[in-house]
Design a protein around this ligand. Structure first.
Ligand code: F6R
Length: 607
């Protein structure tokens, strides 16, 4: 949430800052702003809304200077107004901030009592006044910033720029990620490697509690104990091209259509070269020493866990508990050293998931992280890291990360099954064979795009939509409903098909479309009965099934969309695709902002 960028450069900073903010816009888009130092003085421009608004402000009223900081905001404290937009500035300092300062009220009261006048409702403005206060007391800029940071409670990634100091930037990280970029006579700070991609590929990541002082010559980093620290500089090859839309109108469409390719990368990593077995980082885990797996995540990643529960219980006969991280972390459930805890996160920075991980790490035998961003906090704090290799996901609604999470979790379930002696080598090879079909089956599912587009035109007219599924299709119904509501703003709910008659069926009438996800598997007939119950009450059903399912269940339904035939193991991966397409086309039909839906942000680094 919120993206930050800092540049000590040799070229005009403003265009570079705006360009970097475009790559960070997925983190928040309530407002944006930049500050630079020109002729020794701080100057800033800010605008409410998307980056284009800031770009227009800069066109009309440009700012010069080769040193600058920039910010794209997801509002926490204070409405998305220009006054509340970052950078925040007081007399001699400007600051951009990602995170939440928990003690800002008491700090603000203290500063106001000493005569500081606040212009915003934000927590961040406290940091600039605190720093200005220390500058007024005669502290040098670096010391004033450090003294201010000492007073902060909460989570932050910060970047400071000082009046009269064009060759100085201070950065700090606690709870929110921050990377340092190394150029030729230039230095950079950014929320992630994507922000820095075209500026430099040489990057180091600040650790929790680190503070950094940058000049154009380089950086000095202190750890949380105030000791100078060496953070390794790595080459991070995030091609800027990966964050372009290419031929697609939206990132979401591009990412949906990338799934045949990226699923191949995921499988390539987690399966042996001969495609007979699973071979990944989890080999070191003795699953016989584990009595239970606890899986924790948020949103779409949580639904991936809900699908995986099926696989782990079936293939490894190991009990699995799943929970959303925001509940788990405060429930403080009993855990033991015969538990493994598994955390799934695309960004690897989700605040609740990270806090849940830190709690679990004190109790369980193994902490497993399933992440897309390899240098993320969750990756760095997990004992065993399973990368999903989906590549940068920019669309706020998760698509390719979800299918790659599913494939990674399915691989792990198979490995656990082999290690626990539940499945033998032949069964492992059979299951792995089905996983290997993912790229082809996803391509085949994508062929249903025209049918989904047609169905979406109807769905777009509805006020409420229900999604039904059984077994592993139940979490897929939940995921389908989440996708639809987050990008089209149509109210949607997912239900276990068998639960309908326990209440939700009262909602059914001809104005409420019901999307039924039902491959022709062992539960198909049960789902079809539930579907008939819906149709008997005037419900209009969109059936997503394979050819056999459409043939058997198709009578009287409003629309059917055919999926390729597949093994039940891989069905959730395949059926994710029509759910994504339905939401995508419904949102596009309604003219919604598909990639940047209102009120949301990609990386939820506040709780
Ligand atoms: C929905 C979506 C969110 C995320 C959730 C967790 O499309 O993207 O529900 O899945 O915010 O984010 P990560 O996976 O980054 O922890």
């Amino acid at each position: 949430m919120c993206g930050i960028i800092g540049i000590l450069g040799t070229r005009p900073a403003a265009p570079l800052l705006v360009d970097a903010l475009r790559r960070l816009e997925y983190r928040g888009y309530d407002s944006a702003g930049v500050a630079t130092i020109h002729d020794g003085r701080l100057d800033r421009r800010r605008a409410v809304g998307k980056l284009d608004a800031l770009a227009a402000v800069l066109d009309a009223n440009p700012i010069d200077g080769a040193s600058g900081i920039g910010h794209t905001r997801w509002a926490t404290h204070g409405a998305p107004t220009e006054a509340n937009a970052h950078p925040h500035a007081a007399a001699r300092v400007a600051v951009v901030h990602n995170g939440i300062i928990e003690n800002f009220r008491e700090l603000r009261a203290e500063l106001e009592s000493r005569g500081h006048r606040f212009a915003t409702q934000t927590d961040t403005e406290t940091i600039v006044h605190l720093t200005a206060d220390f500058l007024d007391k005669g502290l040098a800029p670096k010391d004033a910033a450090f003294a201010a940071i000492d007073r902060l409670r909460g989570a932050f990634a910060l970047c400071f720029l000082f009046d009269g100091e064009p060759d100085l930037m201070v950065a700090a990280r606690r709870g929110s990620p921050l990377a340092i970029g190394y150029g030729e006579g230039e230095m950079f700070v950014g929320s992630d490697a994507l922000a820095l991609a075209p500026l430099t590929a040489r990057i180091s990541y600040l650790e929790e509690g680190d503070r950094a002082v940058l000049t154009r010559e380089g950086v000095t980093i202190w750890n949380e104990d105030g000791v100078i620290a060496n953070r390794p500089v790595k080459r991070v090859d995030v091609s800027a091209a990966l964050v372009e839309k290419g031929e697609h109108k939206h990132f979401m469409a591009k990412e949906i259509y990338e799934q045949p390719t990226v699923s191949g990368y995921t499988l390539g990593h987690h399966l042996s070269a001969d495609r007979q077995r699973v071979e990944n980082e989890a080999e070191e885990i003795d699953f016989n020493e584990i009595d239970r797996i606890v899986m924790v995540a948020c949103g779409t990643a949580y639904y991936a866990c809900a699908v995986a529960k099926w696989w782990f219980e079936k293939f490894a006969r190991i009990p699995v508990e799943i929970d959303v991280a925001s509940e788990f972390r405060y429930r403080e459930p009993p855990l033991s050293d015969r538990d493994a805890a598994l955390f799934v996160s695309q960004s690897g920075e989700t605040a609740d998931t990270l806090a849940a991980l830190r709690f679990a790490a004190q109790h369980v035998r193994h902490v497993i992280g399933v992440v897309n961003v390899p240098e993320s906090s969750i990756a760095r704090e997990s004992g065993v890291v399973l990368p999903i290799l989906a590549g940068p996901e920019i669309g706020v609604a998760s698509t390719k990360a979800f299918t790659c999470q599913l494939l990674t979790l399915a691989s792990l379930a198979i490995l656990a099954g082999r290690k626990r002696g539940v499945i033998d080598a032949a069964e492992e090879a059979r299951l792995v064979g089905h996983l290997c079909e993912a790229p082809r089956l996803i391509s085949a599912a994508l062929a249903a795009a025209p049918a989904m587009e047609k169905a979406a035109r109807e769905i777009a007219r509805a006020r409420d939509v229900l999604y039904l599924g059984r077994g592993a299709m139940f979490p897929m119904a939940l995921e389908g409903a989440l996708k639809l509501k987050e990008i089209s703003y149509i109210h949607a709910e997912g239900y276990a098909a068998g639960e309908m008659k326990h209440g939700p069926i009262a909602l059914v009438d001809p104005a409420v479309p019901v999307v039924v996800m039902a491959p022709r598997d062992a539960l198909f007939e049960k789902t079809v009965s539930n579907m008939q119950e819906v149709m008997a009450r005037g419900g209009k059903v969109v059936l997503i099934a394979d050819a056999a399912g459409v043939a058997e269940g198709g009578d009287g339904i409003a629309a059917s969309v055919e999926m390729p035939e597949c093994d039940p193991l891989i069905a959730p991966v395949v059926y994710a695709v029509p759910a994504q397409l339905l939401a995508y086309y419904a949102a596009a039909e309604l003219g919604k902002d598909v990639d940047q839906p209102r009120n949301l942000a990609k990386s939820v680094t506040v709780e």
